[in-house]
Design a protein around this ligand. Structure first.
Ligand code: ADP
Length: 165
C-alpha cells in the first residue's frame, strides 16, 4: 500500500490545498493530510478547528475519509512519516519563491530518511496565487475571500473577523 503524506499548516485550507489533495489522492492508496500543530506562524485557527474544516470539506467533496484524512502532528515530519509507513511526501509548488524553501526541505528530509521521496505538484493555473497568508490578510481588512477558500472555511473566516456576508 502506497501511503502519501501532505503536510502543511492549512491555516486555513484553501482551494489551492484542496486541488493538491484531490490530485495527489490518485497517486497513492491512502493520503494523510498532516496538519502542523507547532506552527511558528501564530495560527488564526486552532489545530482542532483546522482539522474539522478539512474533514468537512472532504465529506462535502465525497472523498472517502478512510483513504484521505487529516491528522495533527507536532514531531519531526520525517519521524511522523516513518511512524505512519509513508513512502511519499507531497508538496505543492506555486511560484518561484516556493522553490528555494521546498528544495532545501526536500533535501534535508531525503538525508534524514532516504526511503521517503518528496513529490511536487505544480499549483493549477487558477490557484497559483492563492496562499493562506494572503487569505488571512485580505479577510482581516474586510475583503471577500470566498473565491479562494471552500464555503465552510469562508463562513468561519466571516465569523472570526465579524465580516458581514
Ligand atoms: P506551509 O506553512 O508549509 O507553507 P501551507 O499550509 O501553507 O504550509 O501549505 C502546505 C503545502 O501546500 C505547501 O507545499 C504549499 O506549497 C502548498 N500550497 C499552498 N497553497 C497552494 C496553492 N494555492 N496551490 C498549490 N499548492 C499550495
Amino acid at each position: 500500500m502506497k501511503i502519501g503524506l501532505y503536510p502543511g499548516s492549512f491555516d486555513p485550507l484553501t482551494n489551492g490545498h484542496l486541488d493538491i489533495i484531490s490530485r495527489s489522492s490518485s497517486l497513492c492508496d491512502k493520503l494523510i493530510i498532516a496538519v502542523a500543530k507547532n506552527t511558528s506562524k501564530n495560527p488564526l485557527f486552532s489545530i482542532s478547528k483546522r482539522i474539522d474544516l478539512i474533514n468537512e470539506v472532504l465529506i462535502s467533496n465525497k472523498i472517502d475519509n478512510k483513504l484521505v484524512y487529516a491528522q495533527s502532528f507536532d514531531n519531526l515530519l520525517i519521524d511522523f512519516a516513518k511512524i505512519n509507513s509513508v513512502s511519499i511526501i507531497i508538496r505543492g509548488l506555486r511560484v518561484v519563491s516556493d522553490f528555494d524553501y521546498e528544495f532545501q526541505m526536500a533535501g534535508m528530509n531525503k538525508r534524514l530518511n532516504p526511503d521517503i521521496e518528496t513529490v511536487f505538484l505544480m499549483a493549477s493555473e487558477t490557484n497559483q496565487f492563492i496562499a493562506s497568508r494572503f487569505v488571512k490578510e485580505v479577510a482581516s481588512l474586510g475583503g471577500d475571500v470566498s473565491s479562494f477558500v471552500p464555503d465552510n472555511v469562508n463562513n468561519e473566516i466571516i465569523k472570526k473577523f465579524n465580516l458581514i456576508k
